[in-house]
Design a protein around this ligand. Sequence first.
Ligand SMILES: Cc1ncc(COP(=O)(O)O)c(C=O)c1O
Length: 405
Amino acid sequence: MSLSQIARSIKASPTLALNEKAAILREKGDPVIHLGGGEPKSRAPMDALLAAVNSLNTGEIRYAPADGIPELKKAIIRYTEEFYGRKVNPENVIASGGAKQAIMVAMQSILNPQEEIIFPAPYWVSYPDMARLCGAIPVPVLPEDGTFYPRLKDIEQRVGSYTRAIIINSPNNPTGAMYSEEFIADIVDFCERKDIYLIMDDIYHRLIFDGKKPFSAYNYTKKSVEESKLIIINGVSKQYAMTGFRIGWAVGNKKVIEAMANIQGHQTSGPSVLLQKAAVGALNGIQSSVESLRVTLENNRNILIGLLKSFNGIKVTVPDGTFYCFADFSAYEKDSQKLSTYLIDKVMVLTVPGKEFGLDGFLRISYCGAIKEITDGIERMKWALDPNSPNELYIGDRKLVRDWS
Ligand SMILES: Cc1ncc(COP(=O)(O)O)c(C=O)c1O
């Protein structure tokens, strides 16, 4: 069967594949610990649920504008004012099927085939394939100083006549690193001088720790929203634990938002009205669930970091936010794919190989689950990797025997 060149250039999302693997193993009755997940386990806010139920009860769920229902746009405008200090208009806003679709249609609106989009590495797994879906070329840039904090000078070197856009994700998936205000100010200024688009993927911006506060890239531009090539991405998935609702959005100049709406109109006719109503409920409702999630995640992070620090040979950078830690396991195994598979096979612990994020030798470990899962998961990993481990490990009444060295 012949498939298009684009289809052949795209691989399945490794994180979604991992979720499927966990589900299959669980169905078989295996006591899997999923430290590879990308979603909070708390319930969606009551205001979101009630808004969706009220809408559903009308029995009239119809087509709506492809760029989002007015009510949701209004809520996003208010959110943008609160968190970004900018007053925008409905024409500056598009609601999409998750932040993922917002990023995808943004790329489709600005990238021509063979043009380049730059992003710091390690990067979110989807960026390279999204660029390829546009026929464009993904250009990951690894900070040369070996940290998770990109420097403008590393990025500058990779910018050429084909560079059309830069995408910045802070706090970052997979590292949890929140980039400094100084770096964001520099990158905004740099993109403006070069006249290239800057996409800010802010999906984790309220899930930050150690007293840090979210800040806005708009603080560093003197341009109006209409003159600016900044595109801000956000959504309800992570902060409100509403991953399955699939509602995200973008804010940008009218022209780019109109192009995105045209593309989205042909792709999906816009996200489900019912789920947009739920997002309105979340955005306009009581906000305590966001803070409660943030506090839980900060506590989970502290527990995970404590456990990893007592793990011989593992190097960790303390995450500033998100619910991921990207730990260096290269002292045990340089091939992260091999290591991740080994941990599933030997002790049924799922982690995501660093290779998928552009940096081998690392594993992404999520701390969005229960504390027991985190502590048991790390204990199992230690048992599997440390040659001095006792010969046996009990998982419930199941006995694992260490028959490898
Ligand atoms: C960095 C980053 N951006 C965007 C998304 C997509 O979010 P959504 O579920 O709203 O599509 C994710 C989800 O994992 C992410 O980690």
